[in-house]
Write a protein that binds this ligand. Sequence first.
Ligand code: RB5
Length: 147
Amino acid sequence: MRVAIGSDHAGFYMKEEIKGFLSKMGVEFSDFGCHSPESVDYPDIGRQVAKSVAEGEYDRGILICGTGIGMSMVANKVRGVRAALCQDEFSARASRQHNNANVLALGARVIGPGLACSIVEVFLRTDFEGGRHARRVGKIEAIEGEE
Ligand code: RB5
């Protein structure tokens, strides 16, 4: 499991917490920035992380901004990315089991670091269920083909 992680300034401290958690889990990751709490534009980092997942360089992506909304919008513009904005473990589990989400978006101004780490753990440990869900994910991909 290789993870690409990135944040804007609003998500910087949460990113650092999650990196520590990933290390404890023994998960390999690359940090796409930002590298300080100085203001940056979330689309710049979100795009890079999303592309690296879409191109198969990484298995999953984790993106953090203030709400998670901007990062999820950016990531979902990249073909092949299915980004899920999650604020609870139930949604994180379902995003993997039902939607085969490959990018997790988190809002550092919405949830605390403890919950964020639990969500990350569920997101990384849960498998896609396939079956009827594969048909539905296929329909998402078909929409990408129309664009
Ligand atoms: C930055 O102030 C904030 O707009 C950003 O982190 C994010 O919440 C955007 O969706």
